[in-house]
Design a protein around this ligand. Structure first.
Ligand code: PLP
Length: 350
């Protein structure tokens, strides 16, 4: 179930954390698994959208979205570049291969671009040296209307990490030497921890969907509402005696006789196979542990003596059963779980 009002609410929360910055709402990866077009509708008051590449842009334009769109991480060719400004698309330039194309764009292209600077993420972005040697030339380049600059923090989810401030300082020192149109540094976690460096644009993603970007801080405490509730139901309930092995490999054995429930959900739906016995799901408002291995279509819970019957709803994650907890238990991050829900799971939009 996708609660679009929660996404809209979370954008308002972002604005309270960074009240003077524009918001580039990140809706890549199909809106973090919530449906990109649904997210775009819910985020209609964002200042700009950010997606991965041209496929996403085309989908959004076909959906009627007119807002500017930044393309975070994709290759393109000169013919793509020439049409971008007319289409209100801002490419992120992160590599020499793309820079070379910029020198070949039409005089009239009037491109608005972002330069991505690698200040310590070690992934996409021009090194500071390269950026210094190229920026003046780009600023004089015909066919380029404006240049903005962004960087990305590698440790924003850990505000204590000293590299955050180092990255911010290096980026701001670099940027102060040039006349960039806009600057942007902060993703969700960064927006919470370093709002004073919000600059012209913040780039929240995960927090828009109601997930806390910081370790040890709940979404509820941040005033965020979970947009996704992942639900299933019990398709079998039965009593088994002490010593019964549960599921493939008998990886779990009942200590005492108990009632077990079988849930119509497995890793083929997007529930993490690595979630160990003890990971909690909600059945009739009671937390119960999963037991045994998660299989393709099914998983098993220990219901104990609680009231439960075939057909009862199971909440695998959602506002009452935070996805952050499920992710922690399964040794992953909420981002991955959000993106893992598969096609066959019915989307109900409220
Ligand atoms: C995905 C992404 C974001 C959003 O990150 P969250 O942690 O989801 O807020 C921001 N900036 C860039 C460059 C990204 O790729």
């Amino acid at each position: 179930m996708i609660d679009t009002a929660a996404i809209t609410h979370n954008l308002e929360r972002v604005r309270t954390f960074a009240p003077r910055a524009k918001v580039m709402a990140v809706i890549k990866a199909d809106g973090y698994g919530h449906s990109m077009t649904l997210a775009a509708n819910a985020l209609s008051s964002a200042d700009e959208f950010a997606v991965t590449g041209l496929d996403d842009v085309r989908k959004l334009r076909a959906h009627g979205v007119q807002k500017p769109i930044t393309m975070l991480s994709s290759r393109f060719d000169v013919s793509d570049l020439n049409g971008m400004s007319a289409n209100a698309v801002r490419p992120v330039i992160y590599d020499h291969e793309q820079l070379d194309l910029l020198f070949d764009v039409d005089d009239a292209a009037a491109l608005d671009i972002w330069l991505k600077i690698d200040t310590g993420m070690g992934r996409l972005g021009l090194t500071l040296d390269d950026a210094h040697s190229l920026t003046n030339r780009l600023l004089r380049q015909r066919g380029i209307n404006s240049i903005s600059a962004m960087t990305h923090l590698a440790n924003a989810d850990n505000p204590q990490h000293p590299n955050n401030q180092t990255q911010i300082d290096q980026f701001l020192t670099f940027a102060s030497s040039y006349s960039f149109r806009e600057l942007s540094i902060l993703n969700s976690a960064g927006t919470l921890a370093y709002a004073e460096h919000a600059q012209q644009y913040v780039r929240p993603g995960v927090m828009l969907y109601g997930v806390s970007p910081q370790h040890g801080v709940t979404a509820e405490r941040l005033g965020l509402k979970a947009a996704m509730t992942f639900k299933s139901e019990l398709i079998s309930v039965k009593r088994l005696p002490a010593g019964s092995p549960i599921g493939y490999g008998g990886a779990y054995t009942l200590d005492t006789g108990s009632r077990i429930g079988v849930i119509a959900c497995g890793y083929a739906d997007g529930y993490p196979r690595h979630a160990p016995s003890g990971t909690l799901v909600l059945v009739n408002d009671v937390f119960v542990p999963i037991i045994g291995r998660v299989s393709m279509d099914l998983m098993t819970v220990d219901l104990g003596e609680m009231r439960a019957a075939v057909g009862d709803e199971v909440i695998l994650w959602g506002s009452q059963n935070p996805i952050e907890e499920v992710a922690k238990s399964a040794g992953t991050i909420a981002y991955e779980l959000l993106c893992s829900i598969t096609e066959r799971v019915e989307r109900v939009v409220i």
